[in-house]
Design a protein around this ligand. Sequence first.
Ligand SMILES: [Zn+2]
Length: 58
Amino acid sequence: MTDSIKYDTATKTALANDVGSTTFKCPKCGKATINRTRKSREIVVKYTCPECGFVGPN
Ligand SMILES: [Zn+2]
């Protein structure tokens, strides 16, 4: 019964209850899942793909 909590890829902030959060596949390798909180998107925090090392958004 443990809900898998998602964490922002860049800031490690939990995405729970964050209405503006988003989850998407890495635009480069398509393997890793990138999580973004609304705040990370607003202040354009860079994320690094754990699979291929892609840094975005660019
Ligand atoms: Zn990647």
